[in-house]
Design a protein around this ligand. Structure first.
Ligand code: BTN
Length: 258
């Protein structure tokens, strides 16, 4: 789809189907999440930011996120009424929503690698990054931005990603309509305020690829091996280290390798 068609198709689909959300669509931008943060106004209307490519896409833990044409780069700005320490629940809810949407429009079976990676056949299909700003005493969100990068059309990954990343088209032979995915995601994320973890944690756990596996836990500069035991209702991951110590990990600074 050419640039002008992409912009107008995605924008008009969102305006028609999600009238309560401001929609901003770009051909190229540094990062949709950076744009969402620049736009955020405390207590304002939810807004969605979508781009065909990003020049400075961000991932978790300060990593960059490859954002070439063919993907969906999507950020949803909203004002959740949850404690900032529960921010991970936004990521978890978004992971379940996106998995369900992909499964509804393709025949793919989506798995989730704790905490924010969507996988198909052992390769990464999408990543999610939730960011926010907090009130002065840090007891509530001023705003939150959930950023989603989904590889939709065939991507020519650089050699270091070729074996570990994939896209919907390569896996399913289908090229789904990006505006359809964007509308479905916007609607589902707008329902977060009415959901409790009981509504989505089972969907998260049933797709988990880490539980029962031996994993390498990386925290700061350190790493150790452990067996993943369970994911709690607060999205924490309990592991048993090789030294026999049970640890409850929160997503913060931890990254898991299978
Ligand atoms: C990760 O896999 O570590 C998370 C990746 C999140 C990428 C998305 S793409 C849209 C939004 N804009 C960004 O710069 N990052 C998020």
């Amino acid at each position: 789809m050419c640039e002008a068609d992409f912009l107008s198709t995605v924008r008009s689909a969102l305006e028609k189907s999600c009238p309560d959300v401001d929609a901003f669509v770009y051909d190229s931008i540094d990062s949709t999440s950076s744009e969402a943060k620049r736009y955020a106004r405390e207590g304002g209307k939810p807004a969605v930011f979508i781009a065909r490519e990003q020049t400075a896409g961000r991932g978790r833990l300060g990593r960059s996120f490859l954002s070439s044409e063919g993907g969906l780069y999507f950020s949803y700005l909203f004002y959740p009424d949850i404690k900032p320490c529960d921010a991970v629940m936004i990521t978890v809810y978004a992971a379940v929503c996106l998995s369900e949407i992909i499964e509804q429009i393709t025949s793919l079976k989506v798995s989730i690698k704790w905490v924010n990676d969507l996988m198909v056949d052992g390769k990464k299909l999408a990543g999610i990054l939730t960011e926010g700003a907090f009130s002065e005493n840090a007891d509530r969100f001023k705003y939150a931005v959930v950023g989603i990068g989904l590889n939709v059309g065939r991507v020519h990954f650089p050699s270091e990603l070729a074996d570990i990343a994939t896209d919907i088209e390569s896996e399913s032979g289908l090229l789904p309509d990006i505006s359809d995915i964007a509308v479905r995601l916007t609607k589902r994320l707008g329902e977060f305020k009415n959901k409790s973890p009981l509504d989505y944690m089972d969907g998260y756990r049933m797709r988990s690829v880490v539980v029962g596996k031996r994993v390498r836990v990386e925290r700061g500069g350190e790493s150790y091996f452990a067996t993943a035991l369970a994911i709690g209702d607060d999205a924490s991951l309990t592991v048993l280290t090789d030294d026999g110590i049970e640890k409850k990990l929160s997503s913060g600074e931890v990254s898991i390798r299978l």
